[in-house]
Design a protein around this ligand. Structure first.
Ligand code: FAD
Ligand code: NAD
Length: 466
């Protein structure tokens, strides 16, 4: 029987990064993945394919709506080859997952393909084409999550679908009804809207992306409405049914009036739930909470001392980079180090266009904790860079402590905010004040100048260009 210092179950960004860091630190490491490709949700049916389709559909939208204003005429008709778009996405996924094979090989990590389940606290059964058992001194559970649904919905995965199917459709929907105005609903809703579908987003709360700053919800909804996406806020879905190629969704609005939606596809994206099926946690007594997440302490250790858990399967934001940080942290703990993750500094990004990005506290959170703060907000439309590219939607908002001027949160909507937020993460990691950022030179003309201007606003209401 093969014996390892560490076995990692699940090869998503949490699992494969944990395995690499363990190997870097000299541990004999195995990784177990039930699917034939490595990379988990993120690489196969999450972050990477969704961004590939967002980029492809963005090119199409530019060609259809924006080339002309730049003085570019297309002599013929611009057409979508949807099959090719989906094939390109598949090839991006393939290249990326093959990259993980390379990394496992380079770091001398043994890869086992099959379902991993605990035999006892130090032995894991692997059921694949063949069955085998390995011994591991420590195990890291990184089994991720699966799409959540509503109790009355039957996902037929043809017309009543999750994000997984939405990333591999065979045709462009005529009318896609999206249940859930969160990250997936908006990213994939935007993809299909750009490709010509009518898209109706039904959201239970009174705003989209309800965990982000209220100003971001408003600004993104305004921009997406201009793109033709329809929003139905404060709507409670009560029934989803299918007859032949037609899907009907019944919902109740805030005045208790029933609203009926009919379309050809219904995308259900109301969150994701931790995935532990098949692990046989009960055999080793690893505890899970009422939401099915594996219970862990601050060191990501379960109630069984040599078993750890990371990523979507534990509490916290379901984000690839959060899972990665946790993977590194557990590996370093196993090596006797004392790493720490500041969860407040894990950025959140929505890859629509305009992009939405946040780090730290929102205004609502600061109000709730009765923290006195100052706010500086700068509109993208006031930037020369934005006017040059035509990306004038959005703003940068910086919140800083009223007394110390330390930056407490940054929230932005606009072109390339997914990348811009990194500056604010660095600033907050080093506990910068708004004044610090306001006094740094930001290249001109860039979108990043909005950060400098918002910081000038936050520190002493002295933005220069508004
Ligand atoms: P996962 O990536 O879910 O990997 C878990 C792996 O474990 C899977 O491969 C699974 O097959 C395997 N597994 C499970 N049980 C077993 C078992 N018993 N034995 C063997 N293997 C097992 N996050 C971002 O940060 N940015 C984004 O842009 C982004 N976009 C997304 C878009 C979509 C459409 C979706 C669905 C998600 C997106 N996410 C994004 C979220 C991100 O994918 C997850 O947060 C991330 O994948 C979690 O990583 P993980 O390692 O915890 O789990
Ligand atoms: P989400 O939590 O982002 O959004 C779900 C939305 O559905 C929320 O707005 C919620 O209020 C709404 N909702 C819940 N129940 C409802 C109901 N009965 N009727 C109508 N609306 C309802 O979840 P998601 O969009 O499914 O994404 C799942 C996870 O994947 C998220 O946690 C996210 O972190 C991750 N993800 C991240 C990215 C990214 O980082 N860019 C992209 C996609 C997915």
């Amino acid at each position: 029987m093969s014996k390892y210092d560490v076995a990692v179950i699940g090869s998503g960004p949490g699992g494969y990064v944990a395995a690499i860091r363990c190997a870097q630190l000299g541990m004999k490491t195995a990784i177990i993945e039930k699917y034939n490709t490595l990379g988990g949700t993120c690489l196969n049916v999450g972050c990477i394919p969704s961004k590939a389709l967002l980029d492809s559909s963005h090119h199409y939208e530019d060609a259809m709506k924006h080339f002309e204003e730049h003085g570019i005429d297309i002599p013929g008709e611009v057409k979508i080859n949807f099959k090719k778009m989906i094939e390109r996405k598949a090839s991006v996924v393939e290249q990326t997952t093959k990259g993980i094979d390379f990394l496992m090989n380079k770091n001398k990590i043994d890869v086992f393909t099959g379902l991993g389940s605990f035999k006892d606290a130090t032995h894991i059964n692997i059921k694949g084409d063949t069955s085998q058992t390995i011994e591991a001194t420590n195990t890291i559970i990184a089994t991720g999550s699966k799409p959540a649904t509503l109790p009355f919905i039957t996902l037929d995965k043809e017309r009543i679908i999750t994000s997984t199917e939405a990333l591999s459709l065979k045709e462009i929907p005529k009318h896609m009804i999206v249940i859930g105005g969160g990250v997936i609903g908006l990213e994939l809703g935007q993809v299909y809207r750009r490709l010509g579908a009518e898209v109706s987003v039904i959201e239970y709360m009174d705003r989209i992306i309800p965990t982000m700053d209220t100003a971001q919800s408003k600004e993104l909804m305004k921009a997406m409405k201009k793109q033709g996406v329809k929003f139905f806020l404060s709507h409670r879905v009560s029934e989803v049914s299918r007859k032949a190629d037609q899907v009907t969704v019944l919902a109740t609005d805030k005045k208790d009036k029933q609203v009926t939606f009919t379309g050809d596809y219904c995308l259900v994206c109301v969150g994701r739930q931790a995935f532990t099926e098949g692990l046989s946690l009960e055999k080793v007594g690893v505890k899970a909470n009422e939401r099915g997440q594996v219970d862990v302490n601050d060191h990501l250790q379960t109630n069984i001392s040599n078993i750890y858990a990371i990523g979507d399967v534990v509490r916290g934001a379901m984000l690839a980079h959060k899972a990665e940080e946790e993977g590194v942290m557990v590996a370093e703990i196993l090596a006797g180090q004392k790493p720490h993750i500041d969860y407040n500094l894990i950025p959140g990004v929505v890859y629509t266009w305009p992009e939405v990005a946040s780090v730290g506290k929102t205004e609502a959170q600061l109000k709730e904790s009765k923290t006195a703060y100052k706010a500086g907000q700068f509109p993208m439309r006031a930037l020369g860079r934005s006017r040059a590219s035509g990306d004038t939607d959005g703003f940068v908002k910086i919140l800083s402590d009223a007394t110390t001027d330390e930056i407490l949160g940054a929230h932005m909507v606009g072109a390339r905010c997914a990348d811009l937020i990194a500056e604010m993460v660095v600033a907050m990691e080093f506990r910068a004040s708004a004044e610090d950022i306001a006094r740094m030179s930001h290249a001109h003309p860039t979108y990043a100048e909005a950060i400098k201007e918002a910081a000038l606003g936050a520190t002493a209401n002295r933005a220069l260009h508004i």
